[in-house]
Design a protein around this ligand. Structure first.
Ligand code: COI
Length: 352
């Protein structure tokens, strides 16, 4: 792998106490090109604008997939990733759905290792501090025929972050718009899945909500995801989350939470859950918690939800499952506890 280091690091001039999510990027980025049926020229170069032609496939047909990951630093200065091979598996699934070429696990993992080794000074220790990692692949061929690109770029950029949301959030249950339909791309981390959420979400925000709870596209009854997160409901003492069908992203935080909850004697049901069931539980006083999960937020508590013009508040409860599960997973991520699952992996410059 070629490495070109920056001559003007921005590390010292970055204010790590006032980071807005995803606005600041580290000194370097990874780039690799796909052409003539193979990935070639893996390189790390200074973070900077890239040139693409106006006719590039991604600008017209949106052949683009991405991943979200984080790097954490422990008190000894070691940098850790959380289940990176799961991200590799998922980007492969996403790429296949978008008719894009497979990357190869070695390119993915060694790129992460080399880039994070070089920019490890940007990963600050302390719970809440991390570097958000954004691997992405897009069609770069200059051709506006509606067909898969013959050229792609795989890139990784890194952004130092703190928390995504501060405090709990309010969500609106979707009655008209959908995030995904059966047979579509909902299970893939395709760029278009996110762009298409912006308009309905902006309408919800005008009504005072932060995010939308996405419902099934047929009847708008089954609760699928919340904004860019998977979603969990605690009814009485049972934690319920939707199964990962082709409309739901197979969240890595989601599946880690399910495993940790089960191992901590929390009853988990992976099944469809409808808005009617949630409202009934609320009226009986047994809707104890709703929370979202994802890489960016980890676990985000939901304080109220809106449906058909009515708002339903949730009481703040002691020892919430959200707080308990967040704490266990955080300790694993920051190397503060043994990792019985083998989920944590140290960044240590594997060569391509
Ligand atoms: C993540 O949690 O990684 C996400 O996908 C959220 C991102 C779109 C900000």
């Amino acid at each position: 792998m070629r490495i070109e280091k920056t001559s003007t690091s921005r590390l010292e001039s970055t204010d790590f106490n006032n980071l807005k999510f995803g606005e600041i990027f580290t000194d370097h980025m990874f780039v690799c090109d796909y052409e003539d049926g193979k990935w070639d020229d893996p390189r790390i170069i200074p973070y900077k604008p890239i040139e693409i032609e106006p006719s590039a496939n991604v600008l017209h047909y949106g052949q683009a997939v991405f991943e979200g990951m984080k790097a954490y630093k422990d008190d000894l200065g070691k940098v850790w990733l959380f289940r990176p091979t799961e991200n590799y598996k998922r980007i492969t699934i996403s790429s296949e759905r978008l008719a894009m070429p497979e990357l190869g696990e070695n390119i993915f993992l060694s790129a992460l290792n080399e880039l994070l080794t070089l920019d490890k000074g940007w990963v600050k220790p302390g719970i809440g501090n991390s570097v958000y990692i954004r691997p992405f692949i897009f069609g770069s061929e200059h051709c506006i025929a509606a067909a898969p690109s013959n050229k792609y770029k795989f890139m990784i950029i890194l952004s130092p972050v703190q928390s995504y949301y501060t405090g709990s959030i309010k969500v609106l249950v979707a009655e008209k718009y959908s995030r995904a339909a059966s047979g579509g791309v909902g299970y893939a981390k395709a760029a278009g899945n996110y762009g298409s959420q912006f308009y309905p979400t902006s309408l919800a925000q005008r009504q005072g909500y932060d995010q939308i709870i996405w419902t099934d596209s047929k009847n708008h009854k089954l609760l699928e995801e919340a904004g860019t997160m998977n979603i969990f409901f605690r009814i009485d003492n049972t934690l319920i989350t939707a199964p990962t069908t082709d409309t739901i992203l197979d969240g890595i935080t989601r599946k880690s939470i399910i495993k940790i909850a089960e191992d901590n004697n929390i009853n988990v049901e992976v099944r469809h859950i409808s808005i009617d069931e949630v409202i009934e539980a609320h009226s009986k006083g047994i809707l104890n918690e709703i929370f979202g999960s994802g890489t960016a937020v980890l676990v985000s508590e939901i304080s109220s939800f809106g449906y058909k013009g009515k708002n339903y508040n949730l009481k703040k409860i002691e020892n919430s499952y959200a707080a308990t599960l967040k704490s266990i997973i955080t300790k694993i991520q920051y190397n503060l506890t043994p990792d019985p699952y083998g989920w944590r992996s140290e960044v240590s410059a594997i060569k391509v």
